[in-house]
Each structure stands twice: as structure tokens, then as C-alpha cells.
Design a protein around this ligand. Structure first.
Ligand code: ADP
Length: 540
């Protein structure tokens, strides 16, 4: 540990909370810039909503959510409309303060009028979400799943999922929410940090009993009851990949801002904690993503009143040690060197950070102007079971004595099934191209005009004056939401909204995702032609 920094460079930096060090010029850091901001409740809800607008069916694993306070009137209206169209609908909602954790400030309501919008704590920005009333129960208790996911690289996208996770149990038998039981946190909230204070909490001394168990022990139980566990895993993998696809566009904006392409800087990887709830019908629903999941393998035990001792927790140890060990194995710089010696061609693939996803699994390398296609598997259902890693083949003996990898690669392994969803990623690539000055995350009016001009989007129906009005309207609205006042200009989400507007204008009759895809292709085509022209002029 180097609490006051360190002068000699390391090959791996393991930061406790977030990416915060601008003095790292090489090696690998275990956090991505901007990840903490991206997984906050409001930002995650916004990012998923953009994807829900484009692909509603594919993104139905996230409960319908509204952002408070700005969407309070919309929330009231939509709930009233849904109740009018279905009078038997008796919903419950869960209100979660933005940036909260461990169940802090969370409460359940039956009606929008129950939201506490006044008072200092309650007026915190929050997300209000449809409450999942029919979760899967084990031993009559509600539980959720914590799964560990390694985002090994952003460009090209590489995702690994740990094949075991934790199941965290409530400590009061579950009943569907009623006005009488809404306040019973030990019945409705699965947070370990809350339930540990219940008299019913049972510290597990093996992996399949108590208030915290391994996910695999639950799967065994479900499998013995005849449940289709393979399908469940496949749905979970799909949920994880789609969620990361929703997060990557903004992460790339943060990344280029903190670690500009072409300048010396580290590469990043990160272990994320996915919190997932299983519905009664075994459909997994995303609750939230943690950028800094607890890696504790001990718990506190009260020996006598007020006297605590840390004792090992076998369940945490079983799951978490494997995640950290395998993360280090996968990012091991020595292993990369060994691989490069064996396969020099790979050196180019690994080190080239100038690759841009140009769609349909093709990556264009700006450095050497070559196109690469990502190799894919097309297997159904998606599988993270033993032997699915695809990364440790050919590793020489240093790893021979270690257990097989618990982290299984799921992307690019299943890229083919999911690449069509990566539209906002391509919009973000356009945004980044026009940001101009390195180190910014917001687009100025000149950059927006250049984007319109270079992509040939203005015409007699859409003058440059209308372009300016569009820029001002959307930028002003996003900036008034108070997300980030550090820089002025258009943030990525505002650009995405403007892009969707332009797409709807240009390709009226199509569904939104086709309008957006068509406009992206139109822009990419014109920019490629421009690059070609510049290349020829440069050579001349
Ligand atoms: P925190 O970061 O404070 O833990 P979460 O979003 O994880 O916030 O919510 C806390 C707990 O509330 C979850 O672990 C889960 O048990 C419950 N919960 C959250 N959202 C929902 C929902 N939409 N439906 C049902 N239960 C939920």
C-alpha cells in the first residue's frame, strides 16, 4: 500500500475507490475513469432508458423508472394513465436516492402522492421505480444475486462473468407489498448491511445455508426442482452484456478525456458488482451496478456486548478470492508478454488503441488503416459454464498449478448476437471525433456545426440557423438538469437526443432504431469519404 503515492511506475495499480490519478502514464489501473458516475442510479437509469427507446424488448430487464424531481409530473401522469387503462393494476413503487447505497434512504410507496419531495434529505435527486412484487422465493424469503463481472477492456470490448456469485437473503418471510408491510425493510430489502441488524440473520458456515449463500447453491436447488438453469444463465449473461453496452458510450467519453488517445497513459480494467433479482418466473431483473463492490471476506461478530471480532466468512471467501485471483491472471502483463512472443501478430491487436468500431463487427485501425473482424461464436443458449473461458489456452506452466478460471469470457465470444445493439456507441464515436480539444467531455457550438457540415446534414429544409436552435434548445435543457456544471457545452446524452431528432426528421417512416442506424451509416459514409479525400490530399 502506498497511501501517499509512489514514484516508481507499477505494472498494475489497484485503487480502492475510483480512477483518480492523473500521474499514471503506463501499466494498468483497476478502475475506469467515470465508472462511479456512470453507475449512479440516475445515470444508469438514463443510459438504460436510451437503449429502451431504441430496443424496448431487448431492454425489458430493467424496471420502469422515473428520475426525480424533474420527471415527477411525468411519473404522476403515466401512472394515472396506466391505472385508467387497467383499473385492476395495483402497483407499488420503490424510491431510491441517487448515489445512495446499502439501502440508505430507500422506501416503498403505493401512490405517487406518497413521494416525499420536501425537506432537505428527501429532496435529494432520486429514482422511483416499479417495485417487483413477485420475486422468486427460497425458504419463503426474498433474495438477490450479486454477480461479479470483469470489464477487461473498453475498446475492443471484453467482458468476463464469474461463474459463481452471492445470494443475499432477507430475514423476514416475504409477503406481497400492502400498506401494512411497506415499511418492513427485512422483508423487502435484501441488503446485507440492513439484514445483518435483524435478530434472524444467520451467518453462513457453509455455502448453502444462512442469510448469505453462493449463487451456485441456489442453482442446484432450482435445478433439482426441474428449473431450466441453462436458460437462466443465458438470460443473465445477456442482461450483463446489454447493460455494459448501455454504459460504454459515456465511458468512452470519460476515457478519452482522462486518457487521450496518442498520449502515454495506462489501460484500465474493472471488477463490477451486478445486483440482480429473479422474478418468480425466473426472469432476471437488473437492480443496480456497483463500481466498487465490497471484496471483504470477513464479517464482524459481537463476542460480548460492544466487543467485535472479524471472523472469516467461507461464502465470501469462496466467491471473491477466485474473482480477484482470476482478474490478476487475466490482466497479468507477464502473460501478455509470453503470448506476444508466441504470437507476434497479437501484439498489434492488443496494443492498437486506435481502433474504432465501424459496425458489423469490423474495427478500423487508424494507425495502420486496416480492417479487422472480431471472431465470434454463435451458440445458443449463452454459456458461462466450465470450459467457456477462451482466454487461457496456450498459457504456459506458471498457471498450471492454479484452479481453472472462474471468470468466463462472454464478449467478444457472443459479439454476433449483441453487436446490433451498439448504435449509441457509434453515435458516441461521432461525438468524440468532433469534441476537438482533448480533455473535454462536452461539444461546443462550433463542433456541432462542423459535425452537421461534414456529415452533410444541412439542406434547404434544415438551415444552419435551425442547427444552432437545435443545439441551444437541447443543450440548455440538459444543462438545466444540473448534471455537470464543470464544463459548458453539449454532453453526450444531449448529442444523442439531437442525433435521434435528426434521424427522425430524415427517415420519417421507420422505427427509431432503424432511423438511427440509417443516419449513423449516412454520417460514417460521408466522414469516411472526407478522410479518404484528406489522405489523398496529404499524400499529394
Ligand atoms: P442500494 O444501492 O441502496 O442497495 P438497490 O437499488 O440495490 O439500492 O436497492 C436496495 C434493495 O431494494 C435491493 O437489494 C432489493 O432487495 C430491493 N429493490 C431495489 N429495487 C427493487 C425493485 N425495483 N423491485 C423490488 N425490489 C427492489
Amino acid at each position: 500500500q502506498f497511501p501517499f503515492g509512489r514514484r516508481l511506475p507499477c505494472d498494475i495499480y489497484w485503487h480502492g475507490v475510483s480512477f483518480h490519478d492523473n500521474d499514471i502514464f503506463s501499466g494498468q489501473v483497476n478502475k475506469f475513469p467515470g465508472m462511479t458516475e456512470m453507475v449512479r442510479k440516475i445515470t444508469l437509469s438514463r443510459a438504460v432508458r436510451t437503449m429502451q427507446d431504441l430496443f424496448p424488448l431487448e431492454y425489458n430487464f430493467y424496471p420502469r423508472s422515473w428520475i426525480l424531481p424533474e420527471e415527477f409530473p411525468l411519473f404522476v401522469d403515466e401512472v394515472r394513465m396506466m391505472k385508467d387503462s387497467d383499473p385492476s393494476w395495483k402497483p407499488t413503487f420503490i424510491v431510491k436516492p441517487d448515489g445512495g447505497c446499502q439501502g440508505d434512504g430507500i422506501y416503498l410507496i403505493k401512490d405517487p402522492s406518497d413521494i416525499r419531495l420536501t425537506g432537505s434529505v428527501q429532496s435529494r435527486p432520486a429514482v422511483v421505480q416499479e417495485y417487483i412484487c413477485k420475486p422468486l422465493l427460497v425458504d419463503k424469503l426474498k433474495f438477490d444475486i450479486r454477480l461479479y463481472v470483469l470489464l477487461k477492456s473498453l475498446e475492443p470490448l471484453e467482458i468476463y462473468i464469474a461463474k459463481d456469485g452471492l445470494s443475499r437473503f432477507c430475514t423476514e418471510p416475504y409477503q406481497e407489498p400492502t400498506l401494512k408491510n411497506l415499511h418492513q425493510v427485512f422483508m423487502h430489502l435484501t441488503n446485507y448491511s440492513l439484514n445483518i441488524h435483524s435478530g434472524n440473520f444467520i451467518h453462513s458456515d457453509n455455502v448453502n445455508t444462512g442469510s448469505k449463500r453462493t449463487f451456485s447453491s441456489i442453482l442446484c436447488r432450482l435445478s433439482s426442482r426441474g428449473a431450466d438453469v441453462k436458460k437462466l444463465w443465458s438470460d443473465i449473461i445477456s442482461l450483463v452484456i446489454k447493460t455494459i453496452i448501455a454504459l460504454t458510450p459515456e465511458l468512452k467519453v470519460y476515457y478519452q478525456s482522462d486518457i487521450p488517445a496518442g498520449k502515454p497513459g495506462p489501460t484500465c480494467f474493472q471488477i463490477l458488482g451486478f445486483d440482480i433479482l429473479l422474478m418468480k418466473n425466473l426472469k432476471p431483473m437488473l437492480l443496480e451496478v456497483n463500481a466498487n463492490p465490497s471484496m471483504r471476506i470477513e464479517h464482524e461478530q459481537e463476542l460480548s456486548p460492544g466487543v467485535f471480532e472479524n471472523v472469516p466468512s467461507p461464502v465470501d471467501e469462496e466467491v471473491k478470492v477466485a474473482v480477484i485471483r482470476d482478474t490478476l491472471r487475466l490482466v497479468d502483463p507477464q502473460k501478455k508478454k509470453r503470448k506476444d512472443v508466441q504470437n507476434p501478430e497479437r501484439e498489434h491487436i492488443e496494443c492498437c488503441k486506435n481502433k474504432v468500431n465501424v459496425g458489423y463487427n469490423y474495427f478500423l485501425c487508424y494507425r495502420c488503416q486496416t480492417l479487422e473482424q472480431v471472431s465470434e461464436a454463435n451458440e445458443e443458449p449463452l454459456d458461462a459454464g466450465p470450459g467457456a473461458s477462451g482466454d487461457c489456452e496456450g498459457s504456459p506452466s506458471p498457471e498450471a498449478g492454479l484452479p481453472s478460471l472462474c471468470l468466463k469470457q462472454v464478449f467478444p465470444k457472443y459479439a454476433k448476437q449483441f453487436n446490433y445493439l451498439r448504435l449509441v456507441d457509434r453515435v458516441a464515436a461521432l461525438f468524440i471525433r468532433f469534441l476537438g480539444v482533448k480533455g473535454t467531455t462536452k461539444l461546443g457550438p462550433t463542433g456541432f456545426r462542423t459535425f452537421i457540415r461534414n456529415c452533410k446534414l444541412s439542406n434547404s429544409n434544415f438551415s444552419m440557423a435551425s442547427v444552432d436552435i437545435l443545439y441551444i434548445d437541447i443543450t440548455r435543457r440538459w444543462n438545466s438538469m444540473g448534471i455537470d456544471h464543470k464544463e459548458s457545452g453539449m454532453c453526450l446524452q444531449a448529442f444523442v437526443e439531437a442525433f435521434f431528432c435528426l434521424a427522425q426528421k430524415k427517415y420519417k417512416a421507420l422505427p427509431l432504431h432503424e432511423q438511427v442506424a440509417s443516419l449513423i451509416e449516412f454520417c460514417e459514409y460521408h466522414l469516411a469519404a472526407l478522410d479518404e479525400k484528406r489522405l489523398v490530399c496529404g499524400r499529394g
